[in-house]
Design a protein around this ligand. Structure first.
Ligand code: SF4
Length: 62
């Protein structure tokens, strides 16, 4: 699994990067992006980021 951030939807609040910095970071445009695959170790953090994103910009795909 890997998380993807919809660049048009993300408002760059930084919550996902604060919640799960091993997967999410803000890019040069000030939008979040996933920098790593979802693993057993970070799965709960990824899910928390998905659940708490204020604009539901994060999705996960196989
Ligand atoms: S929590 Fe959502 S809106 Fe905020 S930076 Fe992450 S993807 Fe963007």
């Amino acid at each position: 699994m890997r998380a993807y951030v919809d660049q048009d939807t993300c408002i760059g609040c930084g919550l996902c990067a604060a919640t799960c910095p091993e997967v999410f970071q803000l890019n040069a445009e000030g939008k979040a992006e996933a920098i790593a695959d979802t693993t057993d170790e970070n799965r709960s953090g990824v899910q928390e980021a998905i659940d708490n994103c204020p604009v539901s910009a994060i999705r996960e795909e196989e």
